[in-house]
Design a protein. Sequence first.
Length: 414
Amino acid sequence: MASLTKKELQKKYQDYKAQGLALDMTRGKPGTEQLDLSLPMMDLVTSKDYKTLAGADTRNYGGLDGIPEMKEIFKDFLEVSSTDEVIAAGNSSLTLMHDTIARAMSHGFPESKKPWGQQDKIKFLCPSPGYDRHYSVCEHFGIEMITVPMTEKGPDMDVVEELVAEDKSIKGIWVVPKYSNPTGYTCSKKTVKRLAKMKTAAKDFRIMWDNAYTVHHLSSDQDQLENILEACKAEGTENRVLIYGSFSKISFAGAGVAGMGASVDNINWMKGHLSMATIGPDKINQLRHTRFFKDFKGVQKHMKKHAKIIAPKFDAVIEILEKELGGKGIATWTVPKGGYFISLDVPKGCAKEVVKLAAEAGVKLTAAGATFPYKNDPKDKNIRIAPTLPSMGEIKLAMRVLTVCVQLAAASKK
Ligand code: PMP
């Protein structure tokens, strides 16, 4: 589409503003139609039928690491080789990740000379753009964040290898390995191998492998991710990786089941700490999940239903980006094969202005900068688009407003 003059853009913008819109594209929440897919689960554990396959009473205490059938699903979901390498916990993987870091700070990992909190400085590598809540966890515990570029193949491994080899205060890295938040990128086979193999100055280095979108494909054209625990085992670094995932965007975002996969040493470390904090997770909810999904194949089948609902929303976003901004040399965006987000890069120094203009026209976007440590996007370029929650009509309208805002901000920079 031919470029509009600044005057024409301003007119369009004012017209949108006059409509008094109230659209929200901020967070990656499932839409109601997606939540409805799992409703039958609510009726699968009843007052007459609440025992596990082995006959355990889910109403009572116990089962620290989850009911066996939930662990079985997580074994395949997290791609570990046995249920000894799994914990099936409460509803949130973010809680599991937060608690892992909290325990490292207060007690350290088995290889730690001292708890992290008693060491001078602890640093984490943060491939960015990335997930804002990972950064919040680091900030919460006073962990210094080092931004590492995120590439189409995962974290920039040349940078990662050099940093971790020389600085023993770098204790970990956050990785969303598949359909990453917000880029949709998936780590290549080589990236996984390099992460498993790299020499780290810190003996207690950990990869926080947040595989939140492992089954969240948008179509049958899917990214493949190499098995990190296997790769680490092959290198003798199996205690390096901690794998997380959850059913938040499979069943109910507020009442799913979260899991952790890791070497038996790491699982035992985690269970030791977990036993100080709980006598067991919500087993009734785990039973609801296992009765509904039955096995991992059931999870994969269910995700096809999600894809049917959300793929058209992703398509609509991409289509409008292409139609309104394509060929104008002012923006680039990712076209993910899965996950929950699209990452939009606007001209340097424009992201904050775009988000502000959009907000003033009634379209709420994730705050500019949120996808970088300390909420500081050094180039002020990146905007995260979350298309799952709004209706199709709302998405189209919000995207038209957003693309006008991008062109206006770019025009003001010239
Ligand atoms: N990790 C990533 C990468 C996410 O995008 C999200 C949700 N936005 C989460 C974790 C949160 O997961 P949970 O609901 O299991 O805490």
